[in-house]
Design a protein around this ligand. Sequence first.
Ligand code: AMP
Ligand code: GLY
Length: 442
Amino acid sequence: MGIITTILGGKKQDSIHWNEVIHMENVEKMNVLIIGGGGREHAIADALSKSSKISKIYCAPGNAGIAEYAELVALKDTDMNGLLSFAIEKQIDLTVVGGETSLALGIVDVFKENGLRIFGPTQKATQIESSKKFAKDLMIKYDIPTAAYEVFTDFNEALNHVKEKPLPAVLKYDGLAAGKGVVIAETIEDAEHALKDMLVNDKFGEGKVVIEDFLEGPEFSFMCFVSGADVYPMVLAQDHKRAFDGDKGPNTGGMGAYGPLPFITKDDEKFALENIMKPTALAMLEEGCPFSGVLYGGLMKTKNGIKVIEFNARFGDPETEIVLPRLKSDIFDIFCGIADGKTIEIEWDNFPILGIVMASKGYPGDYETGYEINGLDNSETTIYHMGTTEKDGKLLTSGGRVLMVVGKGKNLNEARTNALKAVKKIECKNLFYRTDIGVKAC
Ligand code: AMP
Ligand code: GLY
């Protein structure tokens, strides 16, 4: 933290006449640490870089795109002690946690115990994402609309349950699985295979499986800043979870997103806020784990009304990359206000915006990294880096999802055309993308 005195006009002190002083103020400039290294953190860094209140941004571990705004710190998001020591040493005024891994490990609790300001929910509150069972039990107890479900630890019991119910079967591993712990099985054989992975082979770790009713309808992501009982909605987004065009292929972390959403009315939005997001914040208070941070509602508009598919305890990725560019307010004030439990004010733009994820071939399964990427510089779009690294002056792929190419336009169609145009200019031998992001809304 440093005190900076700003004198605009570039004149020497003794030659300034009173009416020539354009602006003179003492501004306390802040140091910020972002934890994470994906497209979401790139979008957070981009938004923070617009705040006049920040002197320095650090990001651990960051990526090649984030390096434009932040000093990268070679610490993993699981290195609690390293991150804590770094924050103390660098006198970090605000830490923003991007992903669920550090949240589920209790980074917020650790930082708070050490008197540091941090944006995100506690380990206990993160259970709304880290345990499907916790989230489901909460929703049933507080009458928050969601699909009916049962929980299993025994493989045979789970399989018998699937056999008794109509297909497809919705199988959810009860823990963090990077968006890959949900299987929609069309056949009993597929269900058997998935249940074996989850309950016998412990593919994601030892755990339980939630089996729930299959729901149908368009999905949307409703993220809100939440501080205890106070809920501040963000603009809506729609993600595309399946790997390939036409919603085919395996579930991924998300292959592209856009907004605004023509299929969600103002009444739908009001219903979701009043009957889902606000009651959930109150339920968390009631359960002794008040929520602070971003509560992400993965919602579905079914013919029987809007229902919760899942909750996350953090910003969505890639939704954040098309939501934060529409934020008009200073995000630093929002993060601090929420972390300090103060009332905040937020203003949004709602212009059409659409982003396409470029992922490594093979994702969400096995994939190779280290492929050179070119053609990013001549773009009128914003390109958020999701999994990139720089080596010897070259930009290389370093993750499953690699880039999120975001276009804007007068309407969604134009935003889509702009994003696709930029995607086609990107040269890399090992990337694939969906060509139909947002097409149903254009
Ligand atoms: P989740 O990680 O719980 O969001 O699930 C990943 C994806 O699986 C969701 O975005 C949906 O597309 C699908 N899904 C999850 N639960 C259901 C359900 N009960 N009915 C239909 N599709 C579902
Ligand atoms: N895009 C979905 C998620 O962040 O979980």
